[in-house]
Design a protein around this ligand. Sequence first.
Ligand code: FES
Ligand code: FE2
Length: 442
Amino acid sequence: MSEKNLESMEIVDVDMGKRSFRVRRTAYTSPEIFELEKKRIFDKVWLYIGHGSELKKNGDFRTRRLAGRDLIFVRDKNGEVAVFYNSCTHRGARIYREPSGNARNIVCPYHGWVFNTEGKLLSLKNETGFGEKLNDDGHLDLIRVARLEQYRNFYFINFNPKAISLHDYLAGARDVIDAICDQAETEQIILPGEQSYTVRANYKYLAENSYDGYHVTATHASYLDFLRDSAKGTPAEAKFDEVMRNYATQGQVRSLGNGHAVLESFVPSGRAVAQWTPAMGAKFKEPIEAKKRSLVERFGPERADYIAETQKNLVIFPNLVINDIMAITVRYIEPESQNFLRVNSWALGPAEENEELRAARLDGYVSFLGPAGFGSPDDIEMLELCQQGLEHTAGEWNEMSKGAFTDGDARTLVGGPQDEVQLRAYWTQWDRIMRGLDTLEE
Ligand code: FES
Ligand SMILES: [Fe+2]
């Protein structure tokens, strides 16, 4: 399939008469489309590389793989964050093999060239034979990624030097990030540890799943049973039933611009900020309620409710998920191929949190979000079933029209919590970028 053929091929199909919005299944299965996505999307959009709190001290580094590139995310000797390609300028060796560490200099294991944390080449080991002016123009310094910007300590890179600013790219997602960051009285930090797992599915399936309110009662029935059981015989039981009765109508999905969207919903799982439920244990009632009071003081009752009680499943197009639900997860989805993805995910929590609350938060995190929790394994199973289904069927289209045209437009910007507004926002942007209608450049 040539690029031209791909451009003229209708991937997203909208039929107003039938109220249908559908996506051609080859977008999840074709290696040619995957190659083109790398060039047109991943080389142009802002991609999350890490959180500033992961680099506490000067010289701290993390190695990351983004869109097929090995990168070094490092705090240099002046305290500035930098991102370099993890490849030596001599003959290309990957320099760091470890996931993280701290070093005064960056030393290539092959012939021993030494770079400082700002990427400057300091020494060519045994320099005899190299020209004295060889690196006068700096071309042998470590290569920096074209752009690096941050929003509230979330660092993103862009391989396109002409890209619009991260601030503009994030658009309406900034306000949701603010609500998540403002939970902390000091700052939100990435908590120690990382989960990394793979799924035999296209990366877009996990993005779609991460803010899909429609699947929750079917896919996660056993989790909801567990929550109901833990509320049994307590005053929370009636509350649980009420929340579940209203689950399909309370909350919303909202498009945030540039393909980003959020699901805002209410699930009776409890939230370390700042919504207590009996399942969390009696001793947490007072400290969690105190957090809520402090939020009301800082932001007023309406914003405090939004921060504390609304669960937010945010997807920043195309592959960053921030789920602020029973705990907060930051989840980066690396597309390895058209039918294989890798996830790196971290828990985020307030720096000031005491040990007990931190433990309760992490307990909530692993009980649902971890790869052995109630949630993720069920989701992963569904994603793999989807991918298998696509690869073994004559069916051509995925339907995602729930809640479309409610205001006469397929791209309706707000819908009920089980509508598919967010998927249409994602795919509309995907289609625009793939067709060259949005270059994401200044
Ligand atoms: S490849 Fe790094 S020093 Fe030779
Ligand atoms: Fe799920």
